[in-house]
Design a protein around this ligand. Structure first.
Ligand code: PNS
Length: 166
């Protein structure tokens, strides 16, 4: 079946969602009719938050945005995009250092599914240094993450820390 034309998939681990991701999702929601935030269920990576927890937090952040959907996927991204009849994959580009990995992924995905375009978007400058990995590290070492992640994510990080210290 041909793509619907205006649906885009924003895939990622989102472990956890940062304000950089939020920025990209809001920009994409203006550009596309529908944006599906697709959370990778990756048992190998040993994430801090389960897929259900990640989905729950993202849904809470975007509950007032009817054209933002949150879903999970496993396996090949292009298969998932095909199944959703998406016309584009959205990825955020923060710095030149992201480029090589993103370039490889975009071209591999194009090789696998030539009709699917990858669209790169730049987040606001204040988020160019943000990553989920750094958020977890800073938080676990006692640093402040407010303003870098949505309030619901900050709350859940604190809850995890309390449970973890028991
Ligand atoms: O948030 P991340 O970790 O940068 O996201 C990476 C993600 C999920 C987009 C990438 O790992 C992915 O697409 N995984 C699904 C498996 C797949 O399709 N691999 C081939 C990519 S070329």
């Amino acid at each position: 079946m041909p793509p619907t034309g205006r649906l885009a998939v924003f895939p990622g681990s989102f472990d956890p969602l940062t304000n950089g991701h939020v920025d990209i999702i809001l920009r994409s929601a203006h550009l596309f009719e529908r944006i599906v935030v697709a959370v990778l269920v990756n048992a190998e990576k040993k994430p801090l938050f389960s897929a259900d927890e990640r989905v729950g937090m993202i849904r809470e952040v975007f509950r007032e945005y009817p054209n933002v959907e949150v879903d999970t996927f496993d396996g090949l991204l292009v298969e998932y995009a095909r199944h959703r009849r998406a016309s584009a994959i959205v990825r955020g580009l923060r710095a030149v250092s992201d480029f090589e990995y993103e370039f490889q992924m975009a071209l591999m995905n194009r090789h696998l599914e030539p009709t699917l375009e990858t669209v790169f978007m730049m987040p606001a400058e204040q988020y160019t240094y943000l990553s989920s990995r750094l958020i977890k590290e800073v938080f676990q070492l006692g640093g402040a993450v407010s303003g870098l992640v949505p309030p619901v994510v900050e709350r859940r990080l604190k809850e995890k820390a309390v449970v973890g210290s028991r």
